[in-house]
Design a binder for this molecule. Structure first.
Ligand code: ADP
Ligand code: MG
Length: 707
């Protein structure tokens, strides 16, 4: 008897050789195989008759092979395999390009299934199928598996074709014991009336149209994963993912903190003293949450979200001062050198009258200077260490690291985040992000963190006015920039990734800067900022821009995150249609940071796509980062949204956090209350099951772990 946990090798039709192929796709057990879901379904309940075929409409045809043969086109010498198939109502030409081996695949008299959209061809009568998906039915018995129903189509695994996989799964489903053990608690199965697991697996692979549902409705539900059995698996996956997060969080909470920071009146005083302005109510509230964590016996793992310009930096600094006042150290990690340097400079100026010592560590800090920094950090003479990911390289040792702040967290790979956590004696961790993260994504990416939100802008801010302009309106656009400059304001002019090469991008920016200097704004100082400058050069540029010695900063996208120069009130973005939404929002966040009205001009040559147009429209209509993020997630999908493969976004087999966000919310709530209930009752969660879940979870989603 085969069981869910039987090695896949013992599934009928698999064996050692195929098991090795499956293993490569991560399929080890019968259950893994059952979870190998079809990537689409094909309706083979009603084949279209050849005589009823319409051009350019996707269809499935079942027919007999009548004639096969090869020919080579005279001009381009393409080898074409051609066959004629018929189904009694007519015949159809089928062509495959450059697939010589097909000669050995098709034979006269075979029954074949063909999937594709027929094309009308000017040179021949009737329709043709070009390079269709195909399946050959070898024996009559196969008909019942592969036709006459809605059939699953799988992605090929090694040499296992969709048809082979379908065959194996069909057999496996027959062999599975009845009923199957269900990992979901009964209460939830009932709550959502999910079909049982065995039925769900069967229907997942071989769907059946429910009695009262029209076929087309059902097919489109299948397509969007809205059927009960598909949703069941999505929910199951999300539920255990969320439960795992709860477990991890619990494990971390149980691990004792070596040091609890104290909030004495003296500490309070010190924290207040650094403030150059009155904090907003939101900043106060968030600081209170953070300080609450710092002084609690549990390790802090908190995410601080706040739109660009909402004032996260000062809150982070205050938290760092609490650590330092307690005689410990704090570190701040930023994603770029420019940003690290800026933090170093601003924090340095806020702290100029304090006894605290700051140091900067980036990859440009080299040689003797670097040794000095490393030594003073180890000796505890440096209280606040600010830097880039250079901070998490092996050689940095702290004397007593109590708090780690990670700025613009979304720019870091997850590995880096967790490496940082290993420094010091379980430091408290605050991660900050200015890319507002839609809730569905936050639940997934940061589901084990506590969340603080700064949902209020410092006083006096006005929304940035955003204009979309065609490049033939350039002259007028430059006039607008000039008007700002003449009032003593400053401008950013941003060049995007135009070519797939850093060198060429740099050239665009360089030429742009030269042109502006000689032709457009000769009376103003123009600076050129890009990623290849040495760090002293960047530093120097930023200092001069901040001081107002440079009025126009031409830049590649390196200024995207964090840069803060309130007197810069206008931004011109070249080729704005090539930027993603979140990136535009970040860029635009560089202006409108003071009390003056700011203008952002998005320049475009024209739109490559409807989507590009839509993006700029959204930018024009709203300044709300959360709305923009939701839209961005929708337009680009979670993977792209988060950025890199390293993003740490867990890979789900069934779930899609955009499409299935309702299920994600449900699973989150259910996992929380399930965990809490089992916890309170002191039952349900025997430690072994808990440990098992944690192990499984780490294997499955391992990299992504935070603390
Ligand atoms: P972000 O959240 O994007 O990192 P910053 O921390 O860089 O934003 O703050 C943006 C700007 O707002 C900075 O110039 C900062 O000095 C200013 N700022 C922050 N908080 C306040 C406040 N409560 N009142 C006035 N200005 C503030
Ligand atoms: Mg910031």
């Amino acid at each position: 008897m085969i069981r869910l946990d039987s090695p896949v090798q013992y599934v009928k039709g698999v064996g050692p050789r195929r098991a090795a192929m499956l293993e490569k796709a991560g399929i080890r057990s019968a259950e893994d195989l059952l979870k190998y879901r079809p990537f689409r379904y094909e309706d083979r309940t009603r084949f279209r008759r050849i005589k009823d075929l319409l051009p350019d409409q996707e269809t499935v045809v079942q027919a007999e092979v009548l004639v096969t043969g090869f020919y080579t086109t005279p001009m381009k010498r393409v080898r074409i395999f051609e066959m004629l198939v018929g189904d009694g109502t007519g015949s159809l030409q089928v062509k495959f390009f450059n697939q010589v081996y097909l000669d050995k695949v098709f034979r006269k008299g075979q029954q074949v299934i063909l999937f594709g959209s027929p094309k009308a061809d000017a040179y021949s009568v009737g329709l043709q199928l070009l390079n269709p998906d195909f399946e050959i039915l070898d024996t009559a018995g196969e008909q019942s598996i592969h036709t006459g129903r809605i059939v699953p189509v799988y992605r090929r695994i090694g040499q296992l074709t969709t048809k082979t996989l379908r065959h194996i799964l069909f057999g496996l489903l027959q062999e599975m014991p009845e009923p199957l053990e269900d990992p979901l608690p009964d209460s939830l199965l009932q709550k959502y009336s999910f079909p049982d697991r065995r039925t769900s697996f069967r229907l997942l692979h071989f769907p059946e149209v429910p009695d009262k549902q029209p076929l087309d409705d059902f097919l489109s539900a299948l397509d969007q994963a809205r059927t009960p059995f598909q949703r069941r698996f999505v929910f199951e996956e999300f539920f255990f993912f969320q439960l795992g997060l709860q477990v991890l969080r619990r494990q971390r909470e149980l691990a004792p903190k070596t040091r609890q920071l104290r909030l004495t009146p003296q500490v309070r005083e010190a924290v207040k003293k650094v403030l150059p302005f009155h904090p907003t109510a939101a900043q106060k509230r968030v600081l209170k949450q953070i300080v609450g964590d710092l002084s609690s016996p549990k390790i802090m793992n908190r995410l601080l979200q706040g739109d660009v310009g909402s004032g996260k930096t000062i809150v982070a600094l205050q938290a760092m001062i609490v650590a330092v006042e307690n005689g410990a150290q704090a570190a701040l990690m930023a994603p770029t050198e420019i940003l690290a340097e800026q933090h170093y400079r601003t924090m340095g100026s806020y702290l100029s009258n304090s006894p605290y010592r700051l140091a900067l560590l980036t990859s440009s800090v080299k040689g003797k200077k670097r040794t000095q920094v490393l030594e003073s950090v180890r000796a505890g003479e440096t209280h606040l260490l600010i830097g880039t990911h250079a901070l998490i390289e092996g050689r940095v040792e702290f004397k007593d690291l109590a708090l780690v702040v990670v700025d613009e967290q979304h720019r870091f790979g997850v590995m880096q985040r967790s490496e940082f956590m290993e420094k010091g004696d379980r430091p408290d961790t605050l991660v900050m992000t200015a890319t507002p993260i839609p809730r569905s994504l936050a639940l997934t990416l940061y589901g084990d963190l506590d969340l603080s939100i700064i949902d209020q802008m410092p006083p006096g801010r006005q929304p940035v006015l955003t204009l979309v302009r065609k490049s033939n309106e350039r002259a007028e656009v430059y006039e607008t920039v000039r008007r700002e400059l003449e009032q003593g304001r400053q401008a950013y002019i941003v060049y995007p990734l135009i070519e797939q090469s850093e060198k060429l991008d740099l050239r665009a920016a360089t030429e742009g800067a030269e042109y502006l200097h000689s032709e457009i704004f000769p009376e103003f100082q123009i600076g050129l900022m890009h990623g290849r400058l040495k760090s002293e050069e960047k530093d120097n540029l930023m200092t001069r821009f901040k001081a107002g010695e440079i009025q126009v900063l031409v830049s590649t996208t390196v200024i995207e995150v964090g840069i803060d120069v309130p007197n810069a009130t206008i931004m011109l973005v070249e080729h704005a249609d090539r930027f993603g939404l979140s990136q535009l929002h970040q860029l635009r966040g560089r202006i409108g940071r003071g009390r003056d009205k700011a203008i952002c001009i998005l320049l475009t040559e024209g739109f490559q796509s409807r989507e590009a147009f839509e993006r700029l429209e959204i930018m024009r209509r709203t300044n709300n980062g959360f709305k923009i993020a939701e839209k961005d997630l929708e337009l680009r999908g979670p993977g792209e949204f988060v950025g890199t493969r390293q993003s740490g976004l867990p890979e789900f087999l069934f779930g899609n956090i955009v499409r299935d966000r309702d299920l994600l919310e449900m699973a989150r709530a259910d996992a929380e209350s399930y965990f809490r209930m089992a916890d309170e009752a002191g039952e349900g969660f025997d430690p072994e099951a808990l440990a098992q879940l944690a192990t499984w979870w780490k294997q499955r989603y391992g990299l992504y772990q935070v603390g």
